[in-house]
Design a protein around this ligand. Structure first.
Ligand SMILES: N[C@@H](CCC(=O)N[C@@H](CS)C(=O)NCC(=O)O)C(=O)O
Length: 348
């Protein structure tokens, strides 16, 4: 088997059930970047280099030496793609709005994903649906007997990994209440503004879209909730999937002095749940604690520390540190009273 070069195009290895795969596919489509999608059932047909950490999606592009390079982690990949391909940028020009974009992207990737994983594997009906469906993408021609064995093993493995995102009996009410709130916030935001940061999409739209694809269109319990409670969000997810034909008005990101109330509501939600989770997790990682124990949204929160999310907090702080004095003052005004300020009050 020869290593492919994909004719110089980007290749993306992923799966329909992976929210980060959906995020990156939607980015590539909107940005009109030609790509090859390596669907689960054909991945073994290629001899591909291994990424540093085995995650979906993995993107492949020519590295400095000309050899195919395997990369993971959607947030830095999005920034790398900005320098590789011009036009249809998804990073706002205004550094203050770009900071909000980074923060909301992190909220989607690192907090909303708790809801995604929780709803997929916490309730019996959802776990059984996902277990039944997940192996099929990679085994289209398999018999029902073989699929059934794979279903049981995927379901058992994933239910046992719920602790990774902090989903357990103590945290379930916090996660579920935050899912309902974010649906309400997005439903009302979308009615006045098609994208999170204005009339053109940015990285955070795709991050939210990624996590919302399974939550609103796959896993039965959260899908039903979305249809009943926030139909506009359901429709938004459909639309975000392919924005390749969207005409981009260069000046249509929100102005820093005109942040709409519905966006402030989203920032408050981030300050309410994601900021305390990031801080408590980073403190636990720093001190080498066995467990993160804190209060989130007035309720008890307990989970195993997640070292990657401690790095997320330091990256958010780096982004904040890059703002010049005037930009930082303007940003501080926007986040005043949201709870996000706590991220920058003292070093961990
Ligand atoms: N931070 C990564 C997260 C990617 C990720 O967690 N992908 C999941 C699938 S949606 C995965 O590959 N999980 C494999 C595992 O947990 O073993 C990104 O933004 O791409």
């Amino acid at each position: 088997m020869k290593q492919p070069d994909f004719d110089g195009q980007i290749a993306i290895k992923g799966s329909p059930g992976s929210p980060y795969t959906r995020k990156m596919l939607a980015v590539l489509r909107y940005r009109q970047i030609p790509y090859r999608y390596l669907h689960t059932h054909i991945q073994s047909q290629y001899r591909l280099p291994s990424p540093k950490v085995s995650l979906l999606p993995t993107l492949y592009w020519p590295g400095h030496s000309g050899e195919l390079e395997a990369v993971v982690d959607s947030t830095p990949i999005i920034r790398e793609l900005e320098s590789m391909y011009a036009g249809r940028s998804i990073i706002p020009d205004d550094p203050v709005i770009a900071f909000l974009d980074y923060l909301i992207e992190d909220y989607a990737d690192e907090w909303l994903t708790k809801a995604m994983f929780h709803y997929r594997w916490h309730f019996k009906e959802d776990a059984s649906f996902a277990g039944n469906m997940l192996p099929r993408w990679g085994h289209l021609t398999s018999s029902e007997d073989k699929i059934s064995i794979m279903s049981d093993s995927i379901r058992d493995r994933q239910v046992n990994r719920l602790y990774v995102v902090g989903s357990n009996e103590i945290t379930a009410p916090v996660i579920e209440a935050s899912y309902l709130r974010v649906l309400d916030i997005l439903d009302s935001h979308i009615r006045s503004c098609p994208y999170i940061l204005g009339a053109r999409p940015s990285a955070c739209d795709f991050a939210l879209y990624g996590q919302l694809t399974p939550l609103t269109h796959f896993d039965p319990t959260p899908t039903q909730i979305c249809i009943e409670r926030a139909p506009q969000v359901y429709a938004w997810v459909d639309v975000l999937e392919d924005l390749s034909g969207e005409i981009v008005d260069e000046n249509s990101w929100v102005e820093r002095d005109q942040v709409p109330g519905t966006l402030s509501a989203l920032l408050k939600e981030i300050g309410r749940v994601h900021a305390p989770a990031l801080l408590a997790n980073a403190a636990a990682v720093e001190t080498g604690s066995e467990s993160v124990q804190t209060m989130i949204d007035g309720q008890k929160w307990m989970q195993k520390p997640f070292p990657y999310q401690a790095r997320c907090l330091s990256w958010i702080r780096q982004e904040y540190g890059r703002l010049d004095q005037e930009d930082r003052e303007d940003l501080n005004q926007i986040i005043l009273g949201t709870g996000i300020e706590a991220l920058f009050e003292k070093p961990v």
